[in-house]
Each structure stands twice: as C-alpha cells, then as structure tokens.
Ligand binder design. Structure first.
Ligand SMILES: *Cc1c(COP(=O)(O)O)cnc(C)c1O
Length: 418
C-alpha cells in the first residue's frame, strides 16, 4: 500500500510556509530505505547501490545518498555534472550509455566513472572518447520475452537497450585487444515490478552469462549490475517487494551459479529508493459538475506526468479527511489543455471543498523530474522534510523569467528585461 507514514499536519505545516503546489520529500524515509537495501545485500562484500539520478535529480537528495554510502547512475552530461558537484568519486559513478553524444563518454572517463556500454559501436566511440579503461560494463538484451515461471515480466525483444549475446562476445574481444582486463554485466528487463523474484532471476541470468564469457575470453568477471526496476505499491491493495527476500534471492543465485570469487553486485534503483518518500501537495481550487464531478487543483501534469503518460495510479488523500467516508466520485484534474491531465479518474474520495489540501502519494521518483512546461505552466518547488522535522526548500518554484530565459537575442527577451 502507499506510504501513509506522515501525518496530515506535516503537509499542512508545509502548506502554511510554501505556496502550493510542491513536492515534499521525507529525508528519514529515504535514509531508512537506503539502509534497508544495504542490509539486504550485506552478505555481499562488494555491493553498492548507484541511485538512478533521473528519478530525483536534486543535489540535496543526492548528498543524502552519498552520506548513506550510495553511488549514482547517470545517463547524461548534466547528470554527470550533478554527480561531480555533489562530491561523488569516480568509483561512485556509473554512466549508462544509450544513443548518447560521444563527448559524454569523454566526460565520464575524465571523472573516472564506470562506463556501461549499450551497443557494440560504443566500443569504438569509447576508444576515441576517453579511452578504454581496465574494466568496462556491458548491457545485455536477451531478446524475446523475459519470464519468471509462467509470468511474462518484460519484453526485451522490443526494447532499444543492450546487446545480443554474440555482440557481447565481440565487444569483449575488442575491449580485451585494447587492454581491458575485466568486465561487468548489466540488464534492465522489467520495470516497476513488485515481484521479489525479479532481481534473483536476473542475477542468475547475468551470473551464468558472465561465467561463460569469462571462460571464453579469459577476462575477469568483476560484477553484475542489476540496474533498477523494483517497483513500489502505488495502489492500496498492492504489496511491497520484500527487499530482504530480494537480497537473499540474489545470494542464492550466487550459490546456484557459483560464478567464481570476487564478483560484486551493483544496483541502480530509482523508484524503490525514493518513490514512497515523496508527495505532491496541491490545493482544490475549482469544482465543476457536468457529466462527471471535476475537482480542479493547482498542480497539473507538468508537476507529475505519470498519470497522463502511463495512466498510472497515484493514491490521493484529503488533509483532515482521512477518516471521512469515501462517498463522492471525482475526476481530479489539472489546468492543462489536455484531457489526460487528470490525477484521478472516477475516484472515490471524501467530499472535497474548495481550499482543501490534497496529497498525491508516491511522487518521490520520476515525479518532479519528468516535469515539463506545457501550456506555459511552471515547475513547482521541492521541499525536504528533514530528519529533524524541519522544512527546507531544496528547489524554488519556477518563475515566469525562467520560462523566458532561453530566448537569447529575441526582442521579446529584451522587452522582458532579460
Ligand atoms: C531508469 C533507470 C534506472 C532506474 O529505474 P527505476 O525503475 O527507477 O528503478 C536504473 N538504471 C537505468 C539504466 C535506468 O535507465
């Protein structure tokens, strides 16, 4: 079920200090999750979580990750820059490539980051942009469907990521010729899954493959990178993945495959780490009754795109009315000129009055960061609810001048005094 740990007065207290809408993040929750994960993999002497920056790219959050001993998984130049300015060392950074500009390899190598190659052609690019390091990570795509038992978990055959088995071998031969001595294997085959068998199954797949490739090439198999994909229970009836079961399952995969000594484990969880630690706080500002009853709020899909983009469910509570009967049915909407700008569709909720504070749950990952500026709507502030119980604004809301700031040289910019 969604995260209900914060009481309504925490959200109300924040809304007294900062104008809505805003995302509020719970520092203690983030730290607790990082610690649980570490504990679940404590059996592995070479384990590290590399938090997926794209899930919540705020420096205040990234510094918390650093304090908890995590590294970062980056996918762009700006994310690498964030990692650098937040003080992450090279061995604490992974760059996952995907149709990326070659200069980003150069930047990653200059930082000493681990490079995760997505394609065979990336080997040449890396050679000419930063050079081949001693250890390189390769992303695998097994094709077809990825199943656990009878359940299809993902569809890698249609995914743009990774290399085929023969390409992995060819890439390793090329890398070895250029002086690489070790390799890691990465795959991301299922997204937002709460099935605790996902990582264990993936680990078994990657460990067997790595063992074979090490035998074929004579290179050292250094680590598996299980990437992200562990989901969270967005719906009240959903159960969370038991992270200790996940850790123990991966340990058993090592036992089953026996890949040899010194193989480490990396993860790049995003959603699991911070998803339940964030809430989008917004106010009911409008109600209209036509064929349905619509509550208009001051947030919109620019602040949280998942419902509009994926039809994703996010739980909603109304501050001060958690115990009220859910005897009204509403569509909760933003103000965009897009009919999919709805946070809830025909949702049972308590009666909502104008001015009520609505809390949209589980927005701590892929929430703010997926935002955009459609209709000229501006991104919200981000507030950290600290472990000491204080509110800290860790990003201000966008202002109109931010929206106009990229119009360099246009007469409109001069007219606006920019
Ligand atoms: C998106 C992504 C992640 C994080 O995914 P979650 O679903 O948030 O866990 C990790 N690694 C890579 C390479 C990604 O693209």
């Amino acid at each position: 079920m969604p995260n209900f740990t914060l009481a309504d007065d925490v959200f109300e207290g924040a809304a007294e200090r900062f104008p809505t809408p805003f995302h509020l993040y719970d520092e203690q929750c983030i730290r607790d999750r990082a610690r649980q994960l570490k504990k679940a993999f404590a059996w592995c002497p070479d384990f590290r979580e590399y938090f997926a920056v794209k899930a919540l790219p705020n420096p205040a959050i990234l510094r918390i990750m650093k304090e908890e001993g995590c590294g970062l998984d980056c996918s762009s130049s700006t994310e690498l820059t964030l990692a650098k300015v937040c003080g992450f060392r090279g061995d604490e950074i992974i760059l996952s490539a995907n149709a990326m500009p070659p200069e980003e390899f150069t930047q990653a190598r200059a930082l000493g980051a681990t490079v995760n190659l997505d394609d065979l052609t990336d080997v040449d690019t890396l050679r000419t942009h930063g050079g081949i390091p001693a250890c390189v990570c390769l992303r695998y795509n097994p094709g077809g469907h990825f199943s656990i038992g009878n359940t299809i978990m993902g569809n890698p055959g249609e995914a743009k990521y990774g290399m085929t088995r023969p390409q992995l071998r060819e890439a390793l031969d090329m890398l070895r010729a250029d002086g690489a001595v070790a390799f890691g294997l990465h795959a991301f085959l299922s997204s937002n899954t709460t099935d605790p068998s996902y990582f264990p199954s993936l680990a078994e797949l990657l460990l067997s493959l790595g063992k074979e490739l090490a035998a074929e090439t004579g290179m050292r198999f250094a680590f598996i990178d299980l990437s992200g994909g562990i989901g969270i229970p967005y719906r009240p009836e959903q159960e969370a993945a038991d992270i200790f079961f996940v850790g123990e399952g991966v340990r058993k995969a090592f036992e089953t495959v026996n890949p040899g000594p010194g193989v480490g484990v990396k993860t790049e969880l995003g959603r699991w780490m911070t998803g339940p630690a964030g809430w989008l706080v917004t106010r009911a500002v409008h109600e209209k009754k036509i064929y349905r009853d619509y509550i208009g709020v001051d947030a919109s899909a620019v602040n949280l795109m998942r419902p509009a983009m994926y039809g994703a469910y996010h739980h909603i509570t109304v501050c001060g009315k958690r115990d009220w009967p859910e005897d009204h049915v509403y569509d909760v909407t933003g103000s965009l000129c897009e009919n999919n700008d709805k946070f809830a569709i025909e949702r049972k909720l308590p009666r909502i009055d104008l001015g009520d504070l609505l809390v949209i749950h589980d927005t701590g990952a892929h929430g703010y960061s997926m935002g955009y500026n459609y209709n000229g709507r501006l991104r919200s502030a981000e507030i950290l609810y600290t472990a000491e119980g204080e509110y800290r604004m860790i990003r201000r809301a966008e202002r109109p001048e931010d929206y106009f700031a990229t119009l360099d040289g246009d007469p409109a910019a001069a007219e606006l005094g920019l």
